[in-house]
Design a protein around this ligand. Sequence first.
Ligand code: SAM
Length: 246
Amino acid sequence: MNDRKRTHFGFQEVDEGDKSQRVADVFDSVAQRYDVMNDVMSGGLHRLWKALTIARSGVRPGARVLDVAGGTGDLALAFAKKVGESGEIWLTDINRAMLTRGRDRLSDKGYILPVAQCDAEKLPFPDDYFDCVSVAFGLRNMTHKDLALAEMRRVLRPGGRLLVLEFSQIWKPLAPVYDFYSFKVIPRLGRLITDDEESYRYLAESIRVHPDQAALKLLMEQAGLEQVDYENMALGIVALHRGFKF
Ligand code: SAM
C-alpha cells in the first residue's frame, strides 16, 4: 500500500513531495511574461484588486510589511510607496526566476528592497515582527496551506494583520461563463503570450480545487487568526480575506 501523502496539483493528484517542484516549473516557465499575462487575462483588473488590498492593509509610514509569494513585486512596490523611508518591506518568494524579475522591476522604479528566497511554510523571520503580512495569488500554490498560514501568523506582531488575496468561488449563475473563459480562453492566451498552455491550464484547475470563501476563513481561524472576514471582488472571482493576530 502507498502511504505517501497526496495533494492536488490542479485536477491531478500528486505526491506531496512532488507538488512544489511542479509549481516551480510553472513559475520558471512563465516568469518573463507573467505581468503581461496578468494584465491580459484579467483585463487589468488585478491592479484594482491589489489596490484594494493595499487600502485594507492599514499600513502607515514606518510600518514593517512582509509580502509572501510576492513574485514580480506588485504589492511590495505599492507598500514601499506607502511606508516611506522609515518603513521596511520584504519581497519574498520561493521561486528565483519570479523574485529576480520582481527585484529588477522594483529597482527600475528606484526601489531597492530586501528580498528573500524562501518557502512560506518556513519563513526565516523572527516571531512578532511584522505589522502586516500579505500573500496575493500565492496560497493556492502551497502544499501545506495550514503550515503557511501558521507561519504568517507567527511573524505578525500582536495587533498585526494578514491579508490573503486569492481566486475564490464566483457567484454561481456566472460559473458556466467563467468556466468557459478559464478552460477554453485562458490556456490559449497562455500559449500565445507565454508559449505555455499547460501552466495556464494549471491556473484554471488550481482555482477550482482551492478552498472557497468560507473554507478559507475557517482555515485562517484554525491557524489562530482572529476577527477573520472577507470581501468578494468581481462577484467572487477573487476574495480578500483579512485576519488579525492578538
Ligand atoms: N504575489 C504575486 C502577484 O500577485 O502578482 C505573484 C503571484 S504568483 C501567481 C504565485 C507565486 O507564489 C509565485 O511567484 C510562486 O513562486 C509563489 N509560491 C508558490 N509556492 C510558494 C511557497 N511555498 N512559498 C513561497 N512562495 C510560493
